[in-house]
Every structure is written in C-alpha cells, then in structure tokens.
Write a new protein. Structure first.
Length: 357
C-alpha cells in the first residue's frame, strides 16, 4: 500500500526566515529568573503565592477591615493569577519544548532554524505583552470604578484598596498568560502546516502537541472557574461576571481542537488518498475477475479471490484508522476536566439563587 508523498515540504530556509529572532518580554525574563532559583519553579511560585496571600491579610488585619484571624477567600484570586500564571507559563513552555523534540523528525529544519522555532514557541515578544498588560489593567479598573462589581461591596477603605492594587498587579502576568496561550497555540498550528508529510501508520510523533493543547485547555478552564469556585462568595457573584467567565469555557475547548485541526486535515487527506487507491485496485481486481468468468477460464480464480479478500481487509483497516492527532482517551480526559466542574458550578449557582431570600 503506497503512502502519498505529494505534499509540499517547507525548506529549512523558508521556515527559518518566517521565524526570525526578537527580544523576550519582561514576563519571559521574570519566568527565567524564577527557573534559575535553587527551588523548583512550582514551589517558588507556591511560596510567593502564600506570601502575597498572607501579606494581604496582615495589612487588612492591621487596618481593621478584616477581623483577625479571619481569612478572606477573595484574597486568593490576585496571588493565584500572579504566581499561578507564571508557573503555568513555565510548565506549558517546558511541555512545548518536549513536544517539539518528539516532533522534530517531521520538521525539515536545520539546527539554527530549529533553535529559532523553539525560541518562538516559548518566548513572547516584548511590545505586544506591554500592550496586552495595559488593555487588561484598564479593563479591570473600568469595572472596579465605573461599573462596580458586587464583590467589591464586601470591602471598604484600606481592604478595598489592598484588593484593587493587588488585583491590578495580578493582571500583568495574568494577561500575559492569555497572550502566551494565543501565541503558543498559533505556533503549534504553524508547525503542523510546515511539517513533512505525515505517516498515517506512525502517528506517535503527530500526537506530540496534543499534550500542549489539552493542558492549555484544562488550565484555561481552571483559571476561568477559579474565581467562581474558590475566590468569590456565591452571594457576591454578579450575573455578568458569571456569564463572562462561562463564555470562556467553549474557548478553552477551542484551544484544544483548533491548533490540531491542520494535522487532522492532513491525516484525513492522506487517509482518503489511501482509500481511493484501494478502491481503484478493488475495481481493477473485479474487472479481471469478471474477464476470467466471461472466457470461462478459472485458472486464476483463486489468486484473484485472495487478492480481492486482501483488498477488502485493507479497506476495513483504513476505515478504522483515526485522523485526529491525539491518543485514545485524550478527549475523554479533557471533556471530564472541563465539563464536570462547569456543570457542578452551574448547579451550585442555581441552587444558591433558588434558596436565597
């Protein structure tokens, strides 16, 4: 069974020329500094999260806006977005580097172009990050002062100032995380576009980036629902905030599927080509069989019958070959991680609204 190889391969020069080199963003430099510390990056971010969470409470206790030793769940959100975003950016970058290494055999790149590609995959450009930071911070301040959200009614004076200042700073790495997601998933799509022709019978390298997109999808869902689940009390939730957060859930699903769509399209095209080749040979075999019957020559009947049976088996095997670039069980795992907590949250909100006075 011949494997079609008519797809155009990208030359190393062409792919490398599309990449280029640019200075890293401040978020990338900060994340690199965290990685260079003696502690594992996730432990460093966890300790900094706990420190910021405690500091917010200490200031609130001293100012008298929160009775000591009461803890405010809403104080979880800013440090979670600050240090959680940085930790997840580092994690997704490491996952992407591992995926790219597994995928390298399918890339027609020299070493220099490969290094540029790895840099692009894990580094955000400086200027777009600054613009993204400004847009997200302004968006938050508008909601805080122009269209006040209900959760801010839980605070007054110094406690409110602490929350707003901390939340404002959390939008810097938090907004960078969103940009990082779009940037990295776009790169995944481009990598699939410029790869060598795929082998439908050797899909293991093609599966590599499904871990990146599935992890991104689950992480996005976690961040979108974290405010609703652990940070903001249900009685303080605005309908607009709930709707805004839940709109992001289908976007998280799209983050899993859309970057892999190009690979799915290429695998589907190859599968259809193989199926068409099998069907043509089945037709030719049937025509030979019919010709033997017409001349009443049965000398080649057994040979033609075996050939036809083999082609039928081949057609059935091709029909069962999957064309989505992920391992079995990946979709189930992602769906469970996204839909189950979303459904439970919606049920909780509905019950809370029904029993509220």
């Amino acid at each position: 069974m011949a494997i079609p190889t008519s797809e155009t391969e990208a030359s190393p020069t062409e792919f490398g020329g599309l990449l280029g080199v640019y200075p890293p963003s401040w978020v990338d430099r900060f994340a690199d500094a965290i990685e260079r510390l003696a502690l594992p990056y996730w432990l460093t971010c966890l300790l900094l999260f706990a420190l910021e969470f405690l500091l917010m409470h200490v200031i609130s206790w001293i100012g008298g806006t929160t009775p000591f030793p009461q803890l405010r769940s809403v104080f979880i959100s800013p440090p979670l977005w600050t240090w959680g975003s940085l930790a997840l950016i580092i994690y997704l970058d490491r996952t992407s580097i591992e995926a790219l290494a597994k995928f390298r055999l399918l890339l027609p790149l020299d070493d220099q172009a490969y290094e540029e590609l790895e840099s692009h995959l894990t580094t955000m450009p400086a200027r777009p990050i600054i613009i993204t930071n400004i847009i997200f911070v302004l968006f938050f301040l508008v909601f805080a002062f122009v269209v006040p959200i209900k959760v801010l009614d839980l605070f007054r004076g110094r406690g409110l100032a602490i929350l707003i200042v901390s939340a404002t700073f959390s939008f810097l790495p938090g907004s960078a995380f969103y940009y990082h997601t779009l940037h990295q998933l776009r790169m995944v799509r481009r990598i699939y576009e410029f790869a060598r022709p795929f082998d439908l019978f050797d899909r293991e390298p093609i599966f590599a980036f499904s871990k990146v997109t599935s992890s991104t999808s689950v992480v996005l869902t976690f961040f979108l629902l974290s405010n609703l689940v652990v940070a903001i009390p249900l009685h303080a939730l605005d309908t607009g905030v709930v709707v805004f957060e839940l709109i992001g859930v289908p976007l998280a699903v799209a983050a899993f599927i859309i970057p892999l769509w190009g690979a799915h399209t290429r695998l589907t095209a190859q599968k259809r080509g193989l199926q068409a080749s099998t069907e043509r040979r089945m037709k030719e075999t049937l025509q030979k069989l019919d010709a033997e019957l017409q001349v009443d020559d049965l000398s080649k009947m057994d040979q033609l019958q075996k050939a036809l049976n083999n082609l039928v088996i081949e057609r059935e095997v091709l029909a069962r070959l999957p064309t989505w670039p992920w391992r079995p069980g990946t979709v189930t795992g992602v769906a469970s991680a996204i839909l189950l907590p979303t459904l439970l949250l919606l049920i909780q909100i509905v019950i809370q609204r029904l029993i509220a006075p």
